[in-house]
Ligand binder design. Structure first.
Ligand SMILES: CC(C)(COP(=O)(O)OP(=O)(O)OC[C@H]1O[C@@H](n2cnc3c(N)ncnc32)[C@H](O)[C@@H]1OP(=O)(O)O)[C@@H](O)C(=O)NCCC(=O)NCCS
Length: 196
């Protein structure tokens, strides 16, 4: 049985920004609207996330506020923009949501421009976020719910040390079809083993 973390964060004081070897993870703003609209209408992103892209710029603005800007304000989660340090280009997003302050757990989400797949960029970005979740926030569990067809995403979380717990049958509805999702998780005790 795992022990309760000694320290758990309740609120964010300010938006955390990270720098990794190749990336900056930064706050997203309404000036990212154009990127958001095109990125989430990219067919490969739509297929991977099983989430239809916003149909109009107005809808994209509402989503950007809802998923990227407001979760931080409402203390429910954080979604960073992933920027290539050298080029200064925004190439994706990642973050966590459904922050459960009683059970010390979150669920993660991520998406990268297809032109930048296969380079280890999301692995690098998620390592920084996972480290923040366990070390700064004192979380105990990070969960990822992944459509069973999304092998890239499942490979990614496996590479980071996540364990597949099982399949949530017909857990989501996309294009009029019920889809199975795999549930993966990483616990703080497993992550400590990985980084030790
Ligand atoms: C999920 C997603 C982010 C994975 O992208 P990815 O490029 O496979 O992941 P990474 O950036 O970590 O790159 C890993 C790849 O880079 C390679 N790589 C190169 N250098 C690496 C390094 N330093 N570290 C890790 N991997 C490295 C790996 O071998 C792997 O290559 P492979 O594709 O041949 O197996 C991407 O497919 C995506 O955005 N999909 C659409 C949205 C989506 O599905 N979101 C998740 C919904 S559940």
């Amino acid at each position: 049985m795992a022990k309760k973390a000694a320290f758990t964060m309740e609120r964010f004081d300010k938006f955390p920004q990270f720098e990794t070897q190749r990336l900056i993870l930064r706050k997203m703003t309404l000036s990212d609207l154009d990127f958001y609209f095109h990125h989430f209408n990219d067919q490969k992103i739509v297929e991977g996330t099983c989430f239809p892209g916003p149909k109009t710029l107005d809808a994209a603005e509402k989503e950007l506020e809802r998923y990227c800007i407001n979760p931080f304000k409402e203390n429910k989660g954080i979604r960073w923009g992933i920027v290539l340090k050298d080029a200064g280009e925004l190439i994706g997003t990642l973050g966590f949501y459904d922050w459960d302050k009683d059970v010390h757990k979150v669920e993660i989400g991520y998406d990268l421009k297809p032109s930048h797949w296969g380079l280890g960029i999301m692995t690098e970005a998620l390592q920084a976020v996972i480290c923040f979740c366990f070390e700064a926030m004192g979380l105990n569990r990070i969960q990822a719910i992944i459509p069973v067809e999304n092998h890239r995403s499942m490979n990614l979380v496996r590479r980071l040390g996540f364990t597949k717990e099982g399949v949530l049958r017909q857990n989501s509805l996309f294009n009029g079809v019920y889809r199975d999702d795999a549930c993966f998780s990483l616990l703080i005790e497993e992550w400590k083993e990985i980084v030790s």
